[in-house]
Design a protein around this ligand. Structure first.
Ligand code: CUA
Length: 198
C-alpha cells in the first residue's frame, strides 16, 4: 500500500530510487582494501613498538606522595646546591647519582646542572596536577603525574642550556611554567654563564 506520489515528489512513504546497492566501483574497492591493510599495519605497530621501539620509559616507576617527593627534592637541593638563578636553586649532583625534579603549578624545581656523557637516574614527579615535561630544543617528552615517581635513566648527550617547557595544560599560569637544565661539557665547562642566560 503506497500513497500516490508524483515522480518528482518524495514523501518518505516510498523508498527513493537509490544507487547504493549497485556494486562498488573497482577503484572504491581498491581504496577500501588499502585503507584496511594500513589499519592492520598500524594495529600491528602498537605492540611491536612496545616491544621493539625505544619509546618506553627507561627506568623504574613506583608510587609516592607529593609531600614525600617534595621533601626528598628539598634534601637533594640542600645536598648539591651550587648557586641560584633568580631565586631558583641550581643543583649539581655527581655523575651516576639519583636526581630529583619536581613539577608544580607553575614551576620546575630545581635547576639541574648535569655533565655531558654521565648517567643519572632522574626522579620526576608532580606535586599537584598533571604536567608535561618537554625538554627544549631537543625532542624529549614525558608525562609528569602526581603520585608516581618515575626514575628515568638519562644520559645527556649534548652540552647546552635547555628549557623545560610544560606541555600539559595545568592552569592559569601554564604558559609560564618553564624550567631549566644546564648540561656542562665533558670538561665541566658551561656553554653560557648561568647568570646571563635567559
Ligand atoms: Cu604545568 Cu602546564
Amino acid at each position: 500500500m503506497s500513497a500516490p506520489v508524483t515522480p518528482e515528489t518524495h514523501t518518505g512513504l516510498d523508498s527513493p530510487v537509490g544507487v547504493w546497492w549497485k556494486p562498488a566501483h573497482r577503484a572504491e574497492k581498491l581504496w577500501v582494501g588499502i585503507a584496511f591493510a594500513w589499519c592492520m599495519v598500524l594495529f600491528a605497530m602498537m605492540p611491536l613498538w612496545h616491544l621493539k621501539g625505544g619509546q618506553n620509559p627507561s627506568g623504574i616507576r613506583r608510587r609516592t606522595d607529593p609531600t614525600a617527593f617534595y621533601q626528598r627534592t628539598q634534601e637533594f637541593i640542600a645536598q648539591y646546591k651550587v648557586g641560584t638563578d633568580r631565586g631558583m636553586p641550581i643543583v649539581e649532583p655527581p655523575p651516576g647519582s639519583d636526581i630529583y625534579l619536581a613539577g608544580m603549578t607553575f614551576q620546575w624545581t630545581p635547576i639541574l646542572r648535569l655533565r655531558q656523557g654521565a648517567e643519572y637516574t632522574l626522579h620526576i614527579s608532580s606535586l599537584d596536577v598533571n604536567h608535561g615535561f618537554s625538554l627544549f630544543p631537543v625532542n624529549v617528552n614525558f608525562q609528569v603525574v602526581p603520585g608516581y615517581d618515575y626514575g628515568l635513566r638519562v644520559t645527556p648527550t649534548s652540552a647546552g642550556d635547555f628549557r623545560i617547557i610544560c606541555n600539559e595544560f595545568c592552569g592559569i599560569g601554564h604558559h609560564t611554567m618553564v624550567g631549566r637544565v644546564i648540561v656542562v661539557d665533558t670538561a665541566g665547562r658551561e656553554l653560557a654563564r648561568s647568570e646571563e642566560a635567559r
